[in-house]
Design a protein around this ligand. Structure first.
Ligand SMILES: *Cc1c(COP(=O)(O)O)cnc(C)c1O
Length: 389
């Protein structure tokens, strides 16, 4: 069956009530039919639900769908994306280990590597997303255990060549850990390039409607086992309610992503022609510096577009005041189009030299293109560009 069909048809086994839509198992624990069954479940001679910190049918349905979408054997859902990112690190790294990572990371992933794992003796080396194979190779040390990356990056929209990194991970037998939140499995599946641990903030496109927080990590059976142990005993579990919402959302992920991407490329092309708008960046625009790789690696360009407003923060302020439809928020991956000024919000705490390296200028705008009619979006941006000159 095709993935779109499975996204809809993977469902918790129908109960005696013959429900059509999937039920919500909002329960903290599960009953034992007898003392023997309780004993067997705890000594793991019998598989089944015990307590929702460990497992829950609504959560499992969501995980099963993500495993299917990402071509992974097993997975685990968590309360937020960051809980999943952290679980992947914490379950696999010990004092003395080293991580090779792309530099342009989601802010909190950067804080985990630099402020938390460093306290426990885990070191890391950052590389530019666009660094050549020789640099990735040279960054690997005898104690390197993992390669971690995001592609496309936030907010620079730089791509990492996942096949190239896959060769290095394989050669040195490293855990190849990818945050696939920006692209979603609809645009690329990192396991095609040898990645064996994939993480998502389900808060973004998976929910897609800005309602719930969630995270999910999937991978090989072997790599998920320690993550399961870590989560079972430290408790970052996803709420069954959020899992139920997210599982429903996955039914429409493919069609939503298609529309997000169609809108994004049309809007990116229109922005290139607007007054005072410069440096429009989108992976599937020929002007993107890695256009060839983007065409090869990404089925579509994604929902994120960046551009710069001439006139710095003052212009950003005037521009955002003039917008009538588009929201000003720090989130992304919503049916509503959102703009963010990374320099003063999501990336404000970065040192100046890092901002320069990542292309975060005062006038930079990150745009998460939603599902509105694109002609309304283009008109809104056009009038705001003109009136804010
Ligand atoms: C939002 C985001 C996260 C963190 O997810 P939360 O659900 O907010 O904890 C991690 N990685 C990327 C790329 C994100 O965009």
């Amino acid at each position: 069956m095709k993935k779109q069909t499975q996204s809809i048809r993977i469902q918790t086994k129908r109960s005696q009530y013959r429900e059509h839509s999937t039920p919500l198992f909002l329960t903290s624990s599960f009953c034992f039919e007898d003392a023997e069954q309780g004993k067997a479940l705890f000594d793991e001679t019998l598989e089944g639900n015990i307590y929702s910190r460990f497992s829950n049918p609504s959560v499992q349905e969501f995980v099963d769908k993500v495993c299917m979408l990402e071509n992974c054997e097993e997975g685990l859902a968590t309360a937020t994306g960051m809980a999943a990112v952290f679980a992947g690190f914490a379950a696999h790294l010990k004092s003395g280990d080293h991580v090779v990572s792309s530099r342009a990371l989601f802010g909190s992933a950067h804080q985990i590597l630099t402020q938390i794992l460093s306290k426990w003796g885990v070191t890391h080396t950052y590389l530019d997303a666009t660094a050549p194979e020789s640099e990735w190779e040279a960054a690997v040390q005898p104690n390197t255990r993992m390669i971690y990356l995001e592609t496309p990056s936030n907010p620079g929209l730089e791509l990492v060549d996942m096949a190239m990194v896959g060769r290095i991970a394989k050669k040195h037998n490293l855990i190849y850990y990818v945050d696939n939140c920006f692209a979603t499995p609809i645009i690329h599946t990192p396991t095609d390039y040898g990645a064996n641990l994939i993480v998502h903030s389900a808060t973004k496109f998976m929910d897609g409607q800005g309602r719930v927080l969630g995270g999910v990590i999937t991978g090989t059976k072997e790599l998920i086992a320690p993550v399961r142990f870590f989560c079972r005993h430290t408790g970052p579990s996803m709420s069954p309610f959020n899992a139920w919402v997210l599982s429903k959302s996955l039914e429409t992920l493919e069609i939503r992503m298609q529309r997000h991407c169609e809108n994004a490329i049309k809007l990116a092309k229109a922005l290139e022609k607007m007054e005072g708008v410069i440096n429009v960046k989108y992976p599937h625009l020929p002007s993107h510096p890695q256009y060839e790789l983007a065409k090869k690696q990404m089925k579509a360009g994604g929902a994120i577009v960046t551009f710069e407003l001439e006139g710095g923060f003052e212009r950003v302020t005037r521009f955002t005041q003039k917008l009538k439809i588009v929201s000003l928020s720090s989130n992304l991956g919503d049916s509503r189009t959102i703009i963010t000024n990374p320099n003063t919000t999501t990336h404000s705490k970065l040192p100046k030299e890092d901002k320069v390296k990542l292309g975060i200028t005062e006038g930079l705008i990150r745009l998460s293109v939603g599902l509105e009619d694109v002609s309304d979006l283009i008109a809104d941006f056009k009038q705001a560009a003109k009136k804010s000159m």
